[in-house]
Structure formats: structure tokens, C-alpha cells
Write a protein that binds this ligand. Structure first.
Ligand SMILES: [Zn+2]
Length: 444
């Protein structure tokens, strides 16, 4: 199967920005050639005249199940801090998840991601009353939509030791059995403050066995640091690193409240840090020290959709607001780091670039620049203008999965309609669940 994308302007690299007016020939799942009319006679053409073709965006941290929480009614007293947000919203919702709602949220979340130009999702899944097999449900749905993904089950002691053990088993089972071309696995863990030493050790062992990384929330709120100090007399990153949980394959979500010494450890051990600017603003947990974390930082949405144009713009503006002097290019670098992380997960070092041999994860943007567009100005166009509304076509691993703003593999009307039905039933079940009793060592 081959296809030639002709007549467009390519962003062959996001960091450093490189532009080239050229055709792209895709053969099978890869870019076969880039240059002036490369289209072989036999390859069908996709006319991209006047379009910008960019590497697919990567969302480095999300929770697909939260897609069904959009607009969910809330009847308890309003949470006043981060731990209460978990106790009163997310830890009630995840207890109410069943197979139907897990599948519906993954299908609709994957569909929305593709339509926004995101070709890889890194998901962190929790469903403590539907653990066994849940990662297959998520992975099957994402593969059905045609999006690339990394999945994991969120291990936690908050629902008791049996569910913690079942979570480890689910990660282990999935990592052993998954053979899907577009899906990889990690070992998920919630956060230091809901993990005993034994459970954390179990996660590390499962990750080592499979050669996989651990995907965990880190110091999203001060409560995580306070708990680690109270129980272990050390900061969170030190606890995790000393347990063997931090390697170059590890994904640390948030890292809002990390000390300079922990930042040094992160830079030494080279995990990826998923920065979730909009989620951090929404939960009022503070702003992550992304400047100090340097090129370890990728961008995620933490469940606020999967539109990485919107996420990158918010991340940029939030840093600017603090007077950090954030250069526009720094945000593009973080987007590129997401692709580099996905590239490591898939053993595809060229993922995120448009060059011969790279996986053909491509997004065609119908964008008519109102000012000259050159490499040095790409970040300006990206951060002040580009958006999911410009996404016309999307290829993942060489397959056209969105053409003329329509998904080719799943029904673009039926999937959201089914999800809305599943959401309604999920909301009813959630309504019957009380606030979660788990407290960090230092209380909420
Ligand atoms: Zn998260």
C-alpha cells in the first residue's frame, strides 16, 4: 500500500524546526521518500497543495476514561484542595467504570485525538472494579480507531492490597501478551502517596521483567511530597529512584513540586516528564519548573481532551505569564520530546520526523499562513494560529485514518452517540459512590 502526499510544505522536524516544500511518498507504514515529485505512477495521490504537513502530535499523558466525565453533574460539597478533587470526583468515577464505559471512552477519546491531529496517546487507566482485561479493552478500542498508543493500568493501594496486586497483574499480563502493532505497554502506578513500599517494588519488578517503563504521577500537589516526607523522610523522586522506578523509559507526570535536588536526579536518570499545563491550572496545584527540567519535558493533557495545539498554546502562555521569558521554541521542543518518548517506546527513533524510514504518522493541515512561514517563524505560527480546526487528513503508520476531516475506520457520529449513552449510565453509577475514604499520611 503506497500513497503520495503531493504539493504541500513539510515540517520535517519540529525541533529544530525544518521546513521543506516537497512531496512525501509513503509505502507500507513508513515514509519511503521526501523530495521533489517522488510520487510513483502506481501510488495514489493525496493533493496537499497549499497545506502544511506536520509530524503527528503526541499526547504524553492522558486518562481516556475522563472523556466521559465532561459535564458530569456534581452533588457533593465542592472540593477545596487537590486530594479532595481525587476523593470526590476521580476516585468515585473510576470505581464506577465497567467494560462498556472503558471501551466507549477509549473509542471516543481516540477519535477526538485523531481529529485534533494527535497520532499517539499515552494513557493511564484506572478501573478498580474492572481491572482484569481492562488494558485489552482500551488497546483494542484504540487500535480500532487507528491511533498509536501506550497504555498502562494505574496500580494503587487506595482500594486495598488485593486491587493493588490485581493492578500489577494486569500490567504484567498485558505486557506479556500484547502483540498489537500500534500499542505498547508500560507499568502504571498512581502516585507515591497511594503506594506502599511493597506495591512499588511489585511495579518495579513487573517493569523490569518486561523491559518497560513506569508511568506515574509525581508531586502533582504538595500532598504527595508531604506524604513521602512523613512516611519515608525523603522527597518523592528520591523514593522512586531508590526503588528503581526511574529509568530512561519512565514517565513522570506533572513534577510540579520537585526540589532542585530531585530535578538534578531527573536530569541524571533521564526519565521523561509529562507537563500538563491546563490540568495544573484547573486544579490550582502550581506551575511545574519546566525550564529547570530542560529537555526531559513532554506535553500531556491529563485527560483534558487530546488537542496538543491547544495544550501547547496554554503551556506557552502560562509560562510567559510568570515572566520566565519562555521562548516559543521551548514549547515546540517539548512537543518533540513527546515524539521522542513514543519513539523509544516503539523502538522508532525517527518517530516525530518526516524523513525516509520514519513511521508515517503525518497530519495535513489546511492552513493558509497570513504572513510568511519559514523555519525560524514556525513556533509563532504554531503558538498563535495553528489549531485542530486546520486538521484535514491524518495518517498513522501509513494508513489514512482521517480524510477530509472524516475518520475512515470508525463511524464519526455513532462513536460519540454511543459514548454519551455509556456516560449517562456511568454518571448514574458514580452518583451512588460516596467520597473515597483514602487519605495521604498527612491528611487532606
Ligand atoms: Zn494524570
Amino acid at each position: 500500500m503506497a500513497i503520495a502526499l503531493s504539493g504541500g510544505t513539510l515540517v520535517t522536524s519540529v525541533d529544530p524546526p525544518k521546513l521543506q516544500a516537497a512531496d512525501v511518498l509513503v509505502e507500507g507504514s513508513r515514509v519511503a521518500g521526501v523530495g521533489p515529485p517522488l510520487a510513483s505512477d502506481s501510488a495514489p495521490r493525496l493533493d496537499c497543495s497549499g497545506c502544511l504537513i506536520v509530524p503527528g502530535n503526541v499526547c504524553a499523558h492522558t486518562h481516556l476514561y475522563s472523556t466521559l466525565a465532561r459535564g458530569m453533574p456534581y452533588r457533593l460539597s465542592p472540593p477545596t484542595n487537590f486530594v479532595q478533587i481525587l476523593q470526590r470526583v476521580w476516585w468515585r468515577l473510576d470505581r464506577a467504570l465497567d467494560e462498556e464505559s472503558i471501551r466507549a471512552s477509549a473509542l471516543v477519546g481516540g477519535l477526538e485525538a485523531l481529529l485534533a491531529g494527535t497520532t499517539t496517546l499515552v494513557d493511564h487507566h484506572a478501573s478498580p472494579f474492572a481491572i482484569d482485561g481492562s488494558l485489552d479493552v482500551v488497546a483494542d478500542a484504540l487500535e480500532e480507531v487507528g491511533i498509536r498508543s501506550s497504555v498502562c493500568y494505574e496500580v494503587s493501594d487506595r482500594d486495598g492490597p488485593e486491587r493493588a496486586a490485581a493492578g500489577i497483574d494486569e500490567n504484567r499480563r498485558f505486557l506479556r501478551t500484547n502483540v498489537r502493532q500500534l500499542v505498547r505497554g508500560m507499568v502504571g502506578a498512581h502516585a507515591s502517596f497511594t503506594l506502599s513500599d511493597d506495591t512499588l517494588a511489585g511495579c518495579v519488578e513487573a517493569a523490569r521483567e518486561a523491559g518497560a517503563g513506569i508511568h506515574i504521577h509525581v508531586a502533582e500537589d504538595l500532598a504527595d511530597q508531604a506524604d513521602s516526607q512523613a512516611r519515608f523522610a525523603k522527597p518523592v523522586v528520591d523514593r522512586l529512584a531508590e526503588a528503581g522506578a526511574v529509568t530512561h523509559r519512565t514517565l513522570l507526570a506533572h513534577c510540579v513540586h520537585v526540589h532542585p535536588s530531585e530535578i538534578g536526579r531527573i536530569l541524571d536518570l533521564e526519565p521523561t516528564v509529562a507537563h500538563n499545563a491546563r490540568s495544573n491550572m484547573h486544579n490550582a496545584v502550581g506551575r511545574a519548573p519546566v525550564e529547570a527540567l530542560g529537555d526531559r519535558v513532554a506535553l500531556g493533557t491529563d485527560g483534558i481532551g487530546a488537542d496538543m495545539f491547544a495544550e501547547s498554546q496554554a503551556a506557552f502562555l502560562r509560562a510567559r505569564e510568570d515572566g520566565t521569558g519562555e521562548p516559543a521554541l521551548a514549547t515546540l521542543r517539548r512537543l518533540a520530546q513527546g515524539a521522542a518518548f513514543a519513539g523509544r517506546a516503539f523502538d522508532e527513533p525517527a518517530l516525530g520526523r518526516i524523513e525516509p524510514g520514519a513511521p508515517a504518522d503525518l497530519v495535513v493541515l489546511d492552513y493558509q499562513p497570513p504572513a510568511p512561514l519559514a523555519a525560524q517563524g514556525l513556533a509563532g505560527h504554531w503558538l498563535f494560529a495553528l489549531g485542530s480546526r486546520h486538521v484535514r487528513d491524518v495518517l498513522v503508520a501509513g494508513e489514512v485514518v482521517v480524510r477530509d476531516r472524516r475518520t475512515t475506520r470508525v463511524d464519526q457520529e455513532k462513536v460519540p452517540a454511543d459514548a454519551a449513552g455509556a456516560a449517562e449510565r456511568l454518571w448514574e453509577r458514580t452518583d451512588a459512590v460516596g467520597p473515597h475514604p483514602f487519605e495521604p499520611a498527612t491528611g487532606s
